[in-house]
Design a protein. Sequence first.
Length: 634
Amino acid sequence: MKVLQCRTWIVGIGALMLFTNGLASGSTFRMNLAPARTTSAVAPPFGPASGAAQANEIDSAVAGDDADGGNGDDGALDTGKVINRSIARGVGRGAKTSGSSRAKSNPEIVRSFDGLNFFDQRFANNGNQFSVEPPDQGLCVGNGFVMESVNNVIKIYDTAGNLLVGPLDDNTFYGYPAAINRSAGTRGPEVTDPSCLYDADTKRWFHVALTLDRIGTTAGLAGTNHLDIAVSNTSDPTGAWTIYSLPAQNNGTQGTPDHHCDLGFCLGDYPHIGADANGIYLTTNEFSLFGDGFNGAQIYAIGKQLLTSGAPEIPVVLINTGDPDIPVPGFTVWPAQSVGSHHDTDNGGTEFLLSSLAVFFDSGESNLLVQWTITNTQSLDTPNPLIGLTTSLVATQTYSVPPSSNQKDGNLPLRDCLADLTTSCFSAIAGATSRFNNRLVHIDSNDSRMQQVYYANGKLWSALDTGVQVSGDVDSNGNPVTRAGIAYFVLNPNSGKVVTQGVVAIKGNNVNYPAVAVTDSGRGVMAFTLVGADNFPSAAYASIDAKTGAGDIHVAAAGVGPDDGFTGYRPLSVPPRPRWGDYGAAATDGSTIWLASEYIAQTCTYADYFVDPTCGHTRGALGNWATRITQVHF
């Protein structure tokens, strides 16, 4: 269990004001971005799609699943080893709800098409990729383009859904050697957790990822890690980009502060991006990379004009929410994206961020959110930025850490391969060292951390995973069943009060990994995955309104089979933790909203898989996730 390091917070209802003019020296640090380099959105050849697992199919440096922390196969919380970690202490009881209705039609959909999938990810860059779960989705839209980014591959489309670039692996995009050179056996840096943003003010695209350096070209991690920040040189994402690096190991090297992480290196985990009129804001969860301990969320504030102008020296302000001067805990402090050019210009420019608190309590429950407000953001484009920070607690409905999500049974060829006693499928195709009988998995739900935040029409919009008990949903003994649902919030950031809030849930099923986007007129849509006894993992959404709350559940693309990925099966993952989501994505081009959700787009029998483990180039030997991109118009 990862624990907070030398920190105790007493959290109560009310506003807690912090540093209304600047920040205390212990909470902030001034650093500079590393010198820029250039790249272009040009994808190397695809394939070859050999199908069967190869040597070094799973990256041992990240414990094999690109993300650790959450519910293991026994239902217990497991915080894992390397990246995408959790600090959740327990699963909550689940709020009682009457549940949501499922819509009979989807008249709002303009277009919907399949995005990236496991096959694209695994066989990009001549197949010099690892098998990776989960996809971790980024989506950004603007100027007639749609950019989708997952672990660890990118596609760029026009708004009609025509593919322009991709699949382009992240290592190539950021100018690194391949994740693994399958001829030589050498490794490139581990690039993970992508996010992207189109900024209407500057007409530039921003793409951010966490990069972990290797010891030379070996599998071992060096300890140093950084956020790569790619900025398009024009409004066309298919052209040239400039890349900056922001060191995140925070051990006193490479211009970083020393946060005294266990065994010498901190980790800038789970990065995400937001923007206001003046700045780009990156946030991370800081853990000790090789040891124990969580140090609090980190907030990096960077001048937007400096980033897009290619300035030779760009200052960065780092706010460490783990500093003792900060009166509330910060975990997954998600920065808001503003719609178009609609920003809060008060107090010299204002950026809002939100975080949740349930993960800090043994009960796994909370009825408070934390609003973080950064002011005087106009100073970020000056040589000596001076920003202010206030924190406030917002009283809300009770939300909780949810359980994992059950799913409908169906074709599970990887599971069957691992258990087959009559063949050597487990070794020849799955690359496992032994046979194992695995059950139908419950896929991962999130840990009630805050998800995507939008600032629109003077309000903050967001959602998170929560436990729910839907009326009439009981087990064989008549006891209420707690499942994964979504709690959503629309807040007034000036009054610090809830405008509207509620829960999205459906009897006998789960909804998880929400992402909210809102138009400039204040019409919102929330994307998520729908999965349960009645549904294979499906791409779904619901409207969200500041007055009426959430609407019915719509299914943009129904799943056609269960999740069948290596992170859920022994002996490929020990203990199994069936990876799903980590985060979804939604974006607006001003008048319409674009959604990206993970779902299962393929199914095939074990007999088909045994002949061709890609099942006609619809999956890989070790996984079958896919994504769906949907445009919704009001």
